[in-house]
Design a protein around this ligand. Structure first.
Ligand SMILES: Cc1cc2nc3c(=O)[nH]c(=O)nc-3n(C[C@H](O)[C@H](O)[C@H](O)COP(=O)(O)OP(=O)(O)OC[C@H]3O[C@@H](n4cnc5c(N)ncnc54)[C@H](O)[C@@H]3O)c2cc1C
Length: 385
């Protein structure tokens, strides 16, 4: 039986940062992962260019049953902390929009950086490792297909449930339950909606800028009509705040007041047809799908104008569901952070048992927040394991 001071289960973003931090402190660290590759989600992140952090990282951009939990780790590992690592390896990056930092080249550069830092910390990594039983006496004992191990500190960094083909599993939740820690319900998040609404199917492929609102939250970005429903950044963002049965309100013309504009058109272009005027503002296919009544602009009465403005400013839909964990970028919910120290990430109940990254009930908005949470929580735990 081989002994390590620290075993991290999961060689994703959080597990790698925790391991390299602990290794560079002189701890003897082993990472175990059941996949044949490490950091799969880092490689696909940001469309292959890894949106590795966001300049506006703050706990307000994270959803959790325990909203203040993320504050401490985020204050100890800031966007600059990760940027300085990139600069050490001369990795070029840029801000795309709204503080979102992406690599100029491929995400692979980020993974190589993390693996080099693991090497500096003499971290051992074992892939294709199926973990069976985990028990705890003084030490943790892990039974695996590549032998048995003992560890003083056990870090669970197995992520959430989305995209099982990239190694996702419910292992972290099972371990939490085994040690009698509460796990909050989990849901696919940052995920497209499905709609039982023909409008969307007819418009598949069209993308427009919109303001999308649900449960007191609003996001202004593009939406994309798909064959199954709606996607695009504004939809993914609002999906974090959506619960089954909730209505979503979409403003397709967020920059103007359509009723006022129609009245202006009535004076300035009285003979023009509404559908032609509206097509100056939105793709024609959208206008034709949403506009029930088309005639010259001077023939609309006040009631009709109000109704048309409502149609475009307040498109109300109740999604039938989401596209699920197959497509979701992240998992909302997870290991209850009330069970975990926000300073060390150690469980309050079980000495030496740590949970970091997406397996915890902390879900970031779209835009680099989730990877940043993985780095920040991994770094925090890495200092104490
Ligand atoms: C397509 C896609 C694009 C994304 N793009 C971005 C982006 O640009 N920016 C951003 O901030 N976030 C992005 N995210 C989210 C981000 O990738 C995750 O939030 C982040 O990777 C979570 O890190 P983690 O280390 O907690 O978990 P993961 O990165 O998921 O790592 C978990 C590791 O645990 C291993 N594991 C799981 N179960 C077991 C088990 N039973 N035994 C052993 N090992 C196990 C897995 O194989 C995996 O290696 C994206 C996600 C997806 C799916």
């Amino acid at each position: 039986m081989k002994h390590y001071q620290v075993i991290t289960i999961g060689a994703g973003a959080a597990g790698l940062v925790c391991a390299l931090t602990a290794g560079q402190r002189g701890r003897k660290v082993l990472i175990l992962d059941h996949s044949d590759a490490v950091g799969s989600k880092i490689l696909v992140s940001g469309g292959g260019h890894c949106n590795f952090t966001n300049l506006w990282v703050q706990s307000e951009h994270y959803l959790s049953n325990n909203p203040k939990f993320s504050k401490s780790a985020l204050s100890r590992f800031t966007p600059d902390s990760f940027i300085s690592l990139l600069e050490k390896y001369n990795i070029a990056y840029h801000e795309k929009k709204s503080g979102q930092l992406f690599c100029d080249n491929k995400s692979k550069e980020i993974l190589s950086l993390l693996l080099k830092e693991c090497e500096i910390g003499k971290v051992e990594i074992k892939t294709n490792c199926k973990i069976g039983k985990i028990t705890k006496n003084q030490l943790f004992t892990l039974t695996t297909n590549s032998g048995d191990y003992t560890a003083e500190s056990l870090v669970i960094a197995t992520g959430g449930l989305s995209m099982s083909e990239m190694g996702a599993s419910g292992f972290g939740y099972d371990i939490a339950k085994q040690f009698e820690l509460n796990v909050n319900p989990t849901y696919p998040a940052l995920v497209p909606f499905t709609l039982n609404n023909k409008k969307s199917i007819d418009l598949a492929g069209i993308s427009v800028d919109a303001l999308v609102s649900c449960n007191g939250q609003s996001f202004r970005e593009s939406i994309l009509f798909t064959h199954k429903g709606l996607s695009g950044p504004a939809i993914l963002q609002i999906s974090n705040y959506w619960n089954k049965g909730d209505e979503i309100v979409i403003n397709l013309l967020p920059d103007l007041n359509l009723a006022v504009l129609i009245e202006k058109w009535q004076k300035e272009r009285p003979k023009a047809e509404l559908k032609n005027l509206m097509s100056e503002l939105l793709p024609k296919r959208i206008v034709l799908t949403f506009l029930k009544l088309n005639k010259p602009i001077n023939q609309y009465n006040q009631k009709e104008i109000t109704q048309i403005a409502e149609t475009f400013h307040k498109w109300r839909i109740t999604p039938s569901g989401t596209e699920g964990y197959k497509i979701a970028e992240v998992t909302k919910g997870g290991v209850d952070t009330k069970e975990i120290s926000s300073k060390t990430f150690e469980s309050h109940k079980v000495n030496g048992l740590y949970f970091i990254g997406e397996v915890l009930d902390v879900t970031g908005e779209l835009g680099g927040f989730n990877l940043h949470w993985a780095w920040a929580s991994g770094y925090a735990a890495g200092q104490f394991v």
